[in-house]
Write a protein that binds this ligand. Structure first.
Ligand code: 5HU
Length: 141
């Protein structure tokens, strides 16, 4: 199974440690195409790419196309993650969005409201629940 993980980069890196914890668990289910999102050294300026932002965009869209499932941590708002989720819906991918209410934020209606109880799921969780939430999700697919 190929998993596309989405997490904020230029939107802010405060949750990088949570992304790492999610991806460590995801690696038990298959290949994570976007492990770089969890890199502690990656700052909010983003990746350094010879081909610039176009190359990052095109590579990520092609990974999205390859992916069997998309898992997004959406507690920290990110334009890139929102864009990836929109593209994933268009590609009819199975999507799990993870939101921590402890962030004190209110999730965008365009994400929470996209939950259809089937292909696109939004799950509120606390950091201690990361592993069990993912186990539950992957046991059903
Ligand atoms: O350098 C990058 N590399 C990269 O893969 N992305 C992708 C993966 C992330 O899930 C998402 C983050 O978007 P943003 O940078 O707008 O927070 O976009 C985004 C950037 C920088 O925007």
């Amino acid at each position: 199974m190929k998993v596309y993980f989405c997490g904020s980069i230029r939107g802010g890196r405060d949750d990088a440690a949570v992304y790492r914890r999610i991806v460590e668990k995801l690696k038990g289910y298959g290949t994570v195409l976007t492990e770089h999102v969890t890199c502690a050294k990656l700052t909010c300026t983003g990746e350094v790419s010879e081909g610039g932002d176009r190359q990052i965009h095109d590579r990520d869209v092609s990974w999205l196309q390859e992916a069997d499932v998309v898992v997004a941590e959406v507690s920290l708002p990110s334009l890139g993650v929102g864009y990836e989720l929109g593209r994933a819906v268009h590609m009819k991918k199975r999507v799990l969005c993870l939101f921590r209410p402890s962030s004190g934020r209110r999730l965008s209606a365009m994400i929470r409201g996209a939950d259809d109880g089937e292909r696109f799921l939004v799950r509120d969780y606390s950091e201690q629940e990361v592993e069990s939430v993912l186990e539950e999700f992957f046991s059903k697919i």
